[in-house]
Each structure stands twice: as structure tokens, then as C-alpha cells.
Design a protein around this ligand. Sequence first.
Ligand code: PLP
Length: 377
Amino acid sequence: MIYLDHAATTPVPPEVADIVRDTLVNHYGNPSSQYPFGQEAKALVARCRETVADALGCKAEQLVFTSCGTESDNWALRLAAYRARHGGRHIVTTAVEHSAVLETCRQLEQDGCAVTYLKPDRSGRITAAQVAAALRGDTFLVSVMLVNNETGCVFPVREIADTLRARGSEALLHTDAVQGFLKVPFRADTLGADLISVSGHKIGAPKGVGALYLGERVKNARPLLAGGGQEAGLRSGTEATAQLAGFAEAVRLRSAGLEASLSHLAAVKAYALERLLAIEGVVRVGEGEAPHILSVSLVGYPSANIVEELGAQGICVSAGSACHRGRASHVYEAMGLDKRVKAGVLRVSFGPETTREEIDALADALRAHRDTRFPML
Ligand code: PLP
């Protein structure tokens, strides 16, 4: 199999799988239990938090573990709305956020909030000036992702933070960094965001674990789950120790070879761009800078058919975010792409082990598809 869909999810390295298994089988104590076997599990959770916080560039106590990026996004928006319940009503976000942010915004609209959805330009970019122009006196939250999951565009979160301060805005800044963590280097303590969402399964951890960074300004956040008081009382529920151990190990592995891995990704992406754009009828979509995501279009050829045909040959790419499950992507819609370009969009995303031979196989299969099928439009 040739797996070129690392933005959807990533393979779990054997070292990570071993630690997950070892934790499940040998260290299954409940971190809240008072005897040593339980306290060892508690210490394990503390070590995992240190490791992930270190890679994120924050203090361990500023990090709350969650079950996924979606949960982190939902919670970030809801806690900001609750905090502003006596004053702010307005949210600024983008039309190209992940559905975890967009659908939460829609629910908050039903609860009486007003939301401004900023549109990207045709290259997929959003600017700090757009955010500045959308701010209102009652804006309590700006939520702008760090890396778009379909185009790979990196949004100017640091500049947006500076703009908010310069304008004297009290709004909290949330960034969904699910596609940015350990791909586009940043430190939570200098990024300027108050809330940062990340997810384990995009970096080699098992599915079912994520984290939310809560910055200095987010004091007394409303707990997500009430109960036994785990996660400093902010998210009750017995800790998912095996997932956390896997998350920390994945972070350790990715961090250790980060520089080499990022330059490998950049080289693979440049090669893929060269090979794919050499196919007549293929154009680039957006100008994403993230090293692991490339969006192209085989103009006029429905991407669902391409994904199916390539999939049958063992080549995994995506027609956009895996979450759309075949529906047209709101991201390409918001970019105002031509109908025929939009029809043929493919997202190709890379991992540390992706090889040039795999890119060659993709390019050959795509060329064969073009030669043997008719464009629908
Ligand atoms: N945000 C972005 C940008 C994503 O790409 C994804 C997953 O595709 C998510 C949030 C959701 O993360 P999870 O799958 O961990 O819920």
C-alpha cells in the first residue's frame, strides 16, 4: 500500500504501539488509586504531560488532555463563549476552519452569538488585516487555524495576536493547530494564542487523544466535564493512560528527528509538485506552505472517481478532508475555485517515511486515469 494521506491520520510506529500495549497490559492502574500501582500510573500521566508540553512550548500545567482535536476545538470555543456570557457576543473565524470549529460556531449562533466567517483569497490565504477589519467592540473570540488541513496554507496567527493587542481587543485567540503541531514549528508561549488545540493521531499517536493549551489569560476556565476532578478539575474522567503514553512516545519520536524530518517532507513535497504538475491537466490548488500537505486538481475529472480508482490500486489520497466523506469541500468553495478545478481536487499528504518512488507511483496512476477516463465536465 502507498499511503499518501497523512493529513487524515498517520501510521503508528512500532515503538509507539509497544508502549501502548505495555501500558494496557502492565501499567493499567487507575491514576486516582492511592496504592503504588495507581500512583505509578499517575506519575506516567505527569511524565506524558511534561513531554507534550515541552514539545508545544508551554508549562505542563497549561495543558489539558482531551480525547481528540475535535474535542479540544469544541471546548475552546465553548469556554470562551461561557467566559463572555455577560458581555461579548461576536466571534471572528474563517470559512475554511475544520468542521470541529465551524459546527461549534453554528451552534453558538443558535445560542445568540454572531459569527463573522472570513473568506480566503484564491491562493487560500487569510490575512491579519482581514481579522482586524472584522473586529467589533463585542468580539470575544478570534479562532483562526494554524495550518489549513486541505490546502496546507499557514495562517498568520502570531500577527493576528499582535493585531488584537495593538487594537486593544480583549478577545481571546484560539488556534486549531492540529495540522501544525510538529509540522510547522511554533511555541505556545510565543505564538500569542490563548487556546491551542492539538491531536495525537496526526503525528503517529493512536486515535483518541488530544490536548488543549490554556494560556495565562484563560483563568478559571469552565470545566468541560464534571466528575472526579481529573485534569486539574477541568476534564473529569479516568485518564486514558495507554493513549497518553502513545501520544508522549509519538511526540518524542517526531521531536527527536524534527529538523531532518521537516526537510525530508519539504523535499518530498517539492518532488511531488514537480511530478504532478508535469501531467497535462493537473494544476496546483492554493499555495500551502506546510511541508506535508499538497493540493492539486486534475481539472474536470471528478475526484471521487480518482480516489476510488487509485484506492483500488492501493494508493491512498484524499479528495479533501476525510471528514467530508465525499461531500464537496467548504474550503475549495470558499476559495472561489472554478467549477472544473474544484471537481478534480486531490489532497496528497506526506509523512516522514514517504519516498520518491511512492510519488512516482501516484503520478503514473494519475496519468493513467487521465488517459483512460473521460472528464465529466
Ligand atoms: N482540526 C483540523 C485542522 C484537522 O485536520 C482535524 C482532523 O482532521 C481536526 C481538527 C480534528 O481532529 P481529530 O480527528 O483528532 O478529532
